[in-house]
Design a binder for this molecule. Structure first.
Ligand code: PRX
Length: 647
C-alpha cells in the first residue's frame, strides 16, 4: 500500500501535451463525463466519426438479453474495408501499412495499396476454394505479413478466423481445430526463431491426422524447406495466388458478425474460445490507438507481441491499420543474433511508439545497459507495457534507459476477453505512477468490489469488475454460452468479473494485483494450472499432479508442478526431464515447467480437492525446500490441511 501513497508522479512535458490527441486532465474529464452520462451517445458519435459503415445501426447498444450484448445492432460494416479500402483515396495510399523484418534480416514494406491487393487476392483464393461467411479458418503461422493478410482476407469475407500461436504444440492445435470444426487451416512450411526453423507444417500435419472437418490446408512458403504435401488437401499459397485476380469487394457484414475466436486458458483443463465480433471491437481498438498510443500520421509504431495473442490481433493488425498507422512487425527473438536486436530495430526504423511486456523488459535489463546504449533511440516518443503488472524497478529502467526520461509509459490493463485496452493513461493528460495502469478509459465502468459486490474503500484490495458493457467485450465462449455466463457474469449478476484483484488509491488510480483464480501469468501469457495438470496426468507414469505459479524474477511467475507417481521403479532425474518435455509436447514450449517436484501425497481437503493454496505457500515462502528431483514428503502438510478443515 505504501507505494501508492509515496509513488512519484510523472507528468507529461508541455511539448507532449501540446501535440497529444487528448490534452491535459480537463479534456480527459470532458470525455470521461460525457461517456459516463450518456454512454450510448458517446460511443455512437465515435462510431459515426471514426469508422466506415455500409449501413447505420438502429440502436447503439442492445443489452436486453444480458450478458449477450449487441453493439450497433443492425448496422453493416467490414473490418477489412475499414483497415484498407478507406485509406486508398488519400495520402495513405502509398504509406507503409506494414514494415516487416524477418529474423534472418530480410525486410518487406507493404504500402496500404499493396496490402489491399494482397488481401483481395487471398480473399479470392478463399472464395475460389468455396469458403464463405460463417466458415471457420485456423491460422497457424510465423510472424510474417501473410499472417495479417490471412486474417484480413477472412475478415473481408466474414470467415471466422482463429489464430493459434506458432509456439503451440500439435495437441493444442488439434484441440482448437476440433472445437471450431474448422474447414480450413492456413499455415507455412516454417518460420525462424533463434536461428532455427520452427517446422509448422510438420506440426500441423500431426494435428490434422485427427481433424476430419479440415477440407483444405493452404501453405505459405517461408523457409523453403522440404515438406510433405498431401494430394487433394494441401495447396501452396503461391500456386493458388496465380489463379486469381486483384478485385474482391468487402462483404457488408452485420456489426455483430463473428470476427474471430481466440483461445485462452481458464480455470478448467479446457481452453476457452473467446468470441469477438465486428463493429464494437473495431471501434474500441481504433479509439485506444488514439487515446492511449496517441498515434500521429507520421509515426512508426511497433508492438513486439506475437500475432497469436490478443495483443497481436488488436495492436499489430486491427487497431493500427484501422487508424492508418504504420505497424512494424518482427519475426524472431529479441536476442538473435545479439541482445540488441530490438534496439537495432528501433534505431533502424526510427520507431516512435513502442509497446512490449514487463517480462521482455526484465529479461533485457539483465543483459545490461550497454546494449540499448549502443543505439540511437531518440526517435521514441511513447512507451507501452502490457500483460502483467510492471514492477516499479522495471518501469524506472524502461523510462530512464530506453525512454531517456522523455517518454511517458502507458501501462495498459486489459484481457483477451476485453478485446482492447480498458485501464490506461491517456499520456498527454494523466500523470503516471510507476506500476499503476492509472485510470479507466472513458466509457469503461471499472470498479473494485468486495465479496458481496460492494465497492471497497480507497487502498483496500478487492475484485476488479466492469459494471457496464463496452464495445469490444467478448460476446460468448465458442460453443459454450453456459460457461460464458457462469465464468464472468454470475458472481455479481449483470457485472463482468475480470478474475483480477486490484486496489484503487486515494487519487482513484488502479493497481492490478494479479489473478484470483487458478490462472497463472507466465511471461505475460495466461496458463491454466488445470490445463497443465490434465497434461501431466495423461502421462502413463503420473498418478496425480498439482500445478502452481511460483514467483520468478524475469517471467513474473514460473510453472511449478507437484507430481505423485504410479507404483514402479522410476529414474527420477530423467523422469523430471521427460515430464517437462511432455508438457511442452501437450501444450507448447512456452508452458514447459520450470520445476517438477515429486511427492508421495498431495495435500487435499476431505472431499479430495487438492489444496493448491498450501502448495502456493510452499513455493512462495520456501517453507519446504528441496532439490527439484528429490522425493518430497508432503504427509505433514496433508495432515495439517486435514486438521485445519476440522477446526
Ligand atoms: O491478470 C491480468 C494480466 O493479464 C490478464 C489477461 O491476460 P490475457 O488475456 O492473456 O491478455 C494479456 C494481454 C492483454 C489480466 O487478467 N494483465 C494484463 N495487462 C496487465 C495485467 N496485469 C497488470 N497490469 C497490466 N497492464
Amino acid at each position: 500500500m505504501k507505494e501508492t501513497v509515496t509513488a512519484a508522479l510523472y507528468a507529461p512535458s508541455a511539448d507532449f501535451v501540446r501535440r497529444a490527441h487528448v490534452k491535459g486532465l480537463d479534456e480527459w474529464r470532458v470525455l470521461f463525463e460525457r461517456a459516463q452520462n450518456d454512454p450510448e451517445g458517446f460511443w455512437g458519435e465515435l462510431a459515426d466519426k471514426e469508422l466506415y459503415w455500409f449501413e447505420k445501426w438502429s440502436k447503439v447498444l442492445d443489452w436486453s438479453n444480458p450478458p449477450f450484448a449487441k453493439w450497433f445492432a443492425g448496422a453493416k460494416t467490414n473490418i477489412s474495408y475499414n483497415c484498407l479500402d478507406r485509406h486508398l483515396d488519400g495520402p495513405r495510399k502509398n504509406k507503409a501499412a506494414i514494415i516487416w523484418e524477418g529474423e534472418p534480416g530480410d525486410q518487406r514494406i507493404l504500402t496500404y495499396q499493396d496490402l489491399h491487393r494482397f488481401v483481395c487476392r487471398f480473399a479470392n483464393v478463399l472464395k475460389s476454394r468455396g469458403f464463405k461467411a460463417g466458415d471457420r479458418a485456423v491460422i497457424y503461422m510465423p510472424m510474417i505479413p501473410e499472417a495479417a493478410i490471412a486474417m484480413l482476407a477472412c475478415a473481408r469475407l466474414g470467415i471466422v478466423h482463429s489464430v493459434v500461436f506458432a509456439g503451440f504444440s500439435s495437441e493444442a492445435l488439434k484441440a482448437r481445430i476440433q472445437d471450431l470444426e474448422a474447414g480450413l487451416v492456413i499455415t507455412a512450411d516454417g518460420g525462424w526463431r533463434r536461428g532455427k526453423e520452427v517446422k509448422l507444417k510438420l506440426t500441423a500435419d500431426e494435428a490434422l491426422a485427427e481433424c476430419p472437418t479440415v477440407r483444405d490446408v493452404i501453405v505459405y512458403r517461408r523457409t523453403g524447406s522440404e515438406i510433405p504435401m498431401m494430394d487433394g488437401r494441401d495447396y501452396w499459397w503461391h500456386e493458388l495466388d496465380d489463379t486469381v485476380g486483384d478485385h474482391c469487394p468487402a462483404e457488408a457484414l452485420d456489426s455483430e458478425h463473428p470476427l474471430y475466436v481466440l483461445y485462452t486458458s481458464g480455470t478448467t483443463g479446457k481452453p476457452k474460445g473467446i468470441l469477438h465480433t465486428t463493429g464494437g471491437y473495431l471501434l474500441q481498438c481504433t479509439m485506444t490507438m488514439k487515446w492511449v498510443f496517441d498515434i500521429r500520421e507520421e509515426d512508426a509504431y511497433w508492438c513486439s507481441a506475437d500475432i497469436g495473442w490478443v495483443t497481436g490481433h488488436s495492436y499489430i493488425v486491427y487497431g493500427p491499420l484501422s487508424i492508418g498507422a504504420t505497424s512494424v512487425m518482427y519475426e524472431g527473438a529479441p536476442d538473435t543474433p545479439r541482445f540488441d536486436r530490438w534496439w537495432r530495430i528501433i534505431e533502424k526504423y526510427r520507431i516512435n511508439v513502442f509497446y512490449t511486456s514487463p517480462t521482455a523488459i526484465r529479461a533485457l535489463i539483465r543483459q545490461g545497459d550497454h546494449w540499448p546504449n549502443e543505439h540511437d533511440l531518440s526517435s521514441l516518443r511513447l512507451l507501452g507495457s502490457v500483460g502483467e503488472p510492471i514492477n516499479p524497478a522495471a518501469w524506472e529502467w524502461y523510462h530512464r534507459v530506453i525512454g531517456k526520461g522523455r517518454c511517458p509509459i502507458v501501462d495498459t490493463w486489459w484481457q483477451t476477453e476485453t478485446g482492447s485496452i480498458m485501464i490506461a493513461p491517456m499520456p498527454g493528460a494523466v500523470p503516471l505512477k510507476p506500476g499503476s495502469g492509472t485510470l479507466p478509459l472513458p466509457g469503461i465502468a471499472a470498479d473494485i468490489v468486495d465479496m458481496r459486490g460492494q465497492p471497497v474503500a480507497a487502498d483496500r484490495e478487492g475484485f476488479l469488475v466492469i459494471r457496464q458493457p463496452w464495445p469490444s467485450m467478448l460476446r460468448t465462449i465458442w460453443g459454450d454460452p453456459g460457461r460464458f455466463k457462469e465464468q464472468y457474469w454470475t458472481r455479481y449478476p449483470g457485472v463482468y468479473f475480470t478474475g483480477d484483484a486490484a486496489r484503487r488509491d486515494a487519487d482513484g488510480y488502479f493497481w492490478i494485483l494479479g489473478r484470483v483464480d487458478d490462472v497463472m501469468n507466465v511471461s505475460g501469457h495466461r496458463l491454466s494450472t488445470m490445463e497443465i495438470e490434465s497434461a501431466l496426468v495423461r502421462h502413463p507414469k503420473v498418478a496425480e499432479a498439482a500445478v502452481v505459479g511460483k514467483p520468478h524474477e524475469i517471467t513474473g511467475q514460473a510453472v511449478c508442478c507437484f507430481v505423485t507417481l504410479k507404483k514402479g521403479d522410476h529414474d527420477i532425474d530423467s523422469l523430471a526431464q521427460e515430464l517437462r518435455q511432455w508438457v511442452a509436447h501437450e501444450i507448447g514450449g512456452f508452458a514447459r515447467p520450470e520445476e517438477i517436484r515429486f511427492t508421495d501425497t498431495l495435500p487435499k481437503t476431505r472431499s479430495g480437492k487438492i489444496m493448491r493454496r498450501l502448495l502456493r505457500e510452499i513455493v512462495t515462502s520456501h517453507s519446504v525446500t528441496g532439490d527439484v528431483t528429490t522425493l518430497e514428503d508432503l504427509g505433514v502438510i496433508t495432515k495439517l490441511a486435514a486438521q485445519q478443515e476440522e477446526e
